[in-house]
Design a protein around this ligand. Structure first.
Ligand code: ATP
Ligand code: MG
Length: 192
């Protein structure tokens, strides 16, 4: 097994071992940190995700942003462009359907589609991160494609969300991996 896949397996197991109470507490702490960070609290068009596989659960953060009048967008697998994501508006009463990974997503409706360049921030899930802001996902390259070029103004600024147990000393990276400028865990708000 490659180093990267070995790391993925270890950390995915660690986050799946978190209890429901630990997950709930972590999710609430993230809301507190975002609410205190002016540049994030003021975002109006916000891409988030629905938790899967022990990921930090952004649902309380989604509810908080809605209470602030912000619009939430969720990633949807692109139907014709393999490996790419679309972002569709998610409203409180929206019906969701499972995609091919079993992750719920909004039904494709072109009226709800927002070009990623119009998002104020995209919160990304991740499997592992390190103290330099390197990020490793589930292995599909979806977020690497979405975020490629954001530093040149082609797309939204990412903010990672993770549990503290997902931190490693150093992550092996490849040329296409997009490092994070910012990441929030229950214990720390990282900025690079
Ligand atoms: N910008 C890109 N353009 C084309 N292919 C890419 C790009 N970024 C990543 N890929 C491809 O995607 C595959 C998976 O990448 P990687 O293992 O880094 O995924 P990941 O970072 O774990 O997943 P994700 O980005 O979804 O969180 C690799 O084979 C890589 O070549
Ligand atoms: Mg990557």
């Amino acid at each position: 097994m490659s180093d990267r896949n070995h790391i993925r397996q270890q950390i995915r197991q660690a986050r799946r071992r978190l209890t429901e109470a630990e997950q709930r507490a972590a999710a609430e702490l993230i809301v507190e940190r975002v609410a205190k960070a002016g540049h994030l609290a003021s975002a109006r068009k916000v891409a988030l995700y629905l938790a899967n596989d022990g990921e930090l659960d952004p649902k309380p953060l989604i509810d908080w942003y809605w209470s602030q009048g912000a619009q939430i967008y969720l990633p949807v697998l692109h139907h014709f462009s393999p490996g790419h994501l679309l972002f569709l508006r998610y409203d409180p009463d929206a019906a969701l359907i499972a995609n091919r990974f079993g992750i719920p997503e909004p039904r494709l409706d072109i009226r709800l589609l927002l070009p990623k360049s119009e998002l104020d921030v995209v919160y990304t899930p991740l499997v592992a991160f390190d103290a330099s802001g390197n990020r490793m996902g589930m292995g599909g390259g979806f977020y690497d494609r979405t975020l490629s070029g954001w530093q040149q103004g082609r797309g939204p600024r990412p903010v990672g969300l993770a549990h503290d147990c997902q931190q490693l000393a150093a992550i092996p990276t490849d040329s296409w991996d997009v490092p994070l400028p910012e990441l929030i865990t229950p214990n720390r708000h990282w900025r690079w």
